[in-house]
Design a protein around this ligand. Structure first.
Ligand SMILES: O=P(O)(O)OC[C@H]1O[C@](O)(COP(=O)(O)O)[C@@H](O)[C@@H]1O
Ligand SMILES: [Mg+2]
Ligand SMILES: [Mg+2]
Length: 333
């Protein structure tokens, strides 16, 4: 097999689709390099003093793990110097991070969930990094949070790295989804899957069942029908998987189909769901749609949601199109 590196692939995509200017390519390469550094830290585990709590809280009131903080710093440092950026925003930081002393101002804005699946860090289960790239608005002055308030459909690139048995980078710039595997000996990203497409036929669903008693009626109905299997209206049995790292659950769905759900529930109406629109739902929705799947909040296409704040949360239903359409139709009834 001819080895195609990340850089070669991006240059080729620019030639074919004219969708990756050199500045965007460099930005993606810097993010990929930062993910490589995070992957090295993850691989060290206890030997690298990366496990356990940092004894601090992020803006969402969640206790930060050491690796949440380390990954955030790695991404900030790499992109402050390397990318063509005007500003960054992170799940782990209260407010945006404008790039200091940059003239002319960079033309992109980067958002990230530096470490996704934090509860899995200390138990050696797959975790990841999720990122999203927006264009800086024309004529932007000093970057503000308002500049980031763009719908997901405005993303020019989105991706995630998954730190599992293999480290992989899954990327879209709007012309399909491609997957790169980190060659740990050579330190390079090698293209290993072109044009990933989510299989339509599925018998798998992913949801945290421990929240069942709190769900709203449409989700209760949809999951009840899945659980009834061949004895119910679906006429076939379904299997369940829940890794509790969105990157790992989405990666499985990209490869073998299925639906991922993190619904809103009856507990706290000020907190619609757990996942964050800007750092988790939007980039994953772009990837899933580019792979032929669908992503909604139950009523609205995720990529059409107009954000009103940086750390906004949304319910998420994504994966194989017909399943997402079915659960969305139950919300409409
Ligand atoms: O622990 P729960 O409620 O099952 O939630 C799991 C979900 O939370 C997340 O870990 C949230 O991401 P963070 O680790 O970035 O906060 C998702 O990756 C995952 O799907
Ligand atoms: Mg996350
Ligand atoms: Mg996180």
């Amino acid at each position: 097999m001819k080895r195609v590196s990340l850089t070669q692939h991006l240059v080729e995509e620019q030639r074919l689709h004219n969708s990756i200017p050199a500045e965007l390519r460099l930005l993606i390469e810097v993010v990929a390099r930062a993910c490589k550094t995070i992957s090295h830290s993850v691989g060290k585990g206890a030997l690298g003093d990366i496990l356990g709590s940092a004894d601090t809280e992020n803006i969402q009131g969640e206790v930060q793990k050491k690796l949440d903080v380390i990954s955030n710093e790695i991404l900030l440092e790499a992109n402050e110097w390397g990318g063509h950026l005007a500003a960054m925003a992170s799940e782990e930081m209260e407010s945006i991070h404008p790039i200091p002393n940059r003239y002319p101002m960079g033309e992109y804005m980067l958002l990230f969930d530096p470490l996704d699946g934090s509860s899995n860090i200390d138990v050696n289960v797959s975790i990841g990094t999720i990122f999203s790239v927006l264009k800086a608005p024309e004529g932007m002055g000093t970057p503000t949070e308002a500049d980031f308030m763009q719908a997901g459909s405005m993303q020019v690139a989105a991706g995630y790295a998954v730190y599992g048995p293999q480290t992989m980078l899954v990327l879209t710039t709007g012309n399909g989804v491609n997957c790169f595997t980190l060659d740990r000996e050579m330190g390079s990203w090698v293209l290993t899957q072109r044009h990933m497409m989510i299989p339509e036929a599925t018998k798998e669903f992913a949801i945290n069942m421990s929240n069942q008693r709190h769900w709203h009626a449409p989700v209760q109905r949809y999951v009840d029908e899945l659980l009834a299997g061949s004895t119910g209206v679906r006429g076939k049995d379904f299997n369940m998987r829940w890794i509790a790292s969105m990157v790992a659950d989405v990666h499985r769905i990209l490869n073998r189909g299925g639906i991922f759900m993190y619904p809103a529930d009856t507990r706290d109406t000020s907190m619609p769901g757990k996942l964050r629109l800007m750092y988790e739902a939007n980039p994953m929705a772009m990837i899933v749609e580019q792979a032929g799947g669908a992503a909604t909040d139950g009523r609205t296409r995720i990529l059409d949601i107009a954000p009103h704040k940086l750390h906004q949360r949304v319910p998420v239903f994504l994966g194989s199109k017909s399943e997402v359409e079915r659960v969305s139709s139950y919300h409409a009834e």
